[in-house]
Design a binder for this molecule. Structure first.
Ligand SMILES: C[S@@+](CC[C@H](N)C(=O)[O-])C[C@H]1O[C@@H](n2cnc3c(N)ncnc32)[C@H](O)[C@@H]1O
Length: 243
């Protein structure tokens, strides 16, 4: 591993991010449940609700991982809608596909890069990303891609871990000590869970993320915190008038 690819810097080349998620895929869901005390499902449901998709609608879930947000969206657009989950880590996608079972063409998981989404312009009612955009090397590029594939008037939704304004001491103790320890013990991967707190620290705080969404051309941007400000749910709309 080169000096520029230290996981504790919170920045890794895309190939190393992909390899890391391929490695931890079998233990990813268990670690999520333990680290969030089972609250992560609720946050993804809130993200699915913010996407404003109903029966017959369509959504793309970027950095879909093991597919939980894509599944929440699929429950909303069923039976005639369509959800596409995109991720570049095949082992994560394999677990997503197992969970989706026999849902058929309404829910599909494909390999792809958040910076070059395998979708045409204006082709979805909503684009979502949960706990993924922080890992993408070019935040503005990822926002632009999500905005590109959503039709005018559609939603872009981002669920992400963030640094709270209060309880910073507790938060840093949890993230810098407990999370890497759980990662080493349960995930058998100290690097991955040393990378996690560092990647959160270097990610923009909520007002700055809202500004970057606006810079990507989105309008009506709102955000709300969950879990005492540890999690932020941002959403915005692609303008209805021609871009
Ligand atoms: C922390 S996981 C989140 C998975 C899922 N969205 C969830 O809610 O649990 C981050 C995911 O982002 C994916 N990822 C990171 N950078 C990516 C990129 N540039 N293109 C596609 N997927 C990417 C990783 O492979 C990983 O599966």
């Amino acid at each position: 591993m080169s000096a520029t690819a230290d996981p504790r810097s919170g920045r890794l080349p895309a190939g190393e991010v992909r390899a890391m998620f391929d490695r931890i895929a079998p233990r990813y869901d268990l670690l999520n449940r333990v680290m969030t005390a089972g609250l992560d499902g609720r946050w993804r449901e809130a993200a699915a609700a913010a996407a404003d998709v109903a029966a017959g609608g369509s959504a793309i879930d970027v950095c879909t991982g093991t597919g939980d947000l894509a599944l929440a969206l699929a429950r909303r657009v069923t039976p005639s809608g369509r959800v596409l989950g995109v991720d570049f880590a095949e082992n994560m996608l394999e677990i997503a596909r197992q969970k989706a079972g026999e849902r058929g063409p309404s829910l599909e998981f494909v390999a792809g890069d958040a910076l070059a989404l395998p979708a045409a312009d204006d082709s979805f009612d909503a684009a979502t990303v949960a706990f993924g955009i922080r890992n993408v090397s070019d935040l503005d590029g990822a926002l632009a891609e999500m905005a590109r594939v959503v039709r005018p008037g559609g939603k872009v939704v981002i669920l992400e871990i963030t640094t709270p304004r209060r309880l910073r001491g507790f938060y840093h103790a949890w993230f810098d000590r407990v999370v890497p320890l759980l990662g080493r013990v349960l995930g058998r991967d100290g690097d991955a869970y040393g990378y996690l707190p560092a990647s959160v620290r270097r990610f923009p705080e909520p007002p700055e993320l809202a500004r970057r969404m606006s810079q990507a051309g989105l309008v009506d941007i709102r955000w709300r915190p969950f879990a005492a400000g540890i999690i932020a749910l941002h959403h915005g709309r692609v303008p209805s008038s021609p871009r």
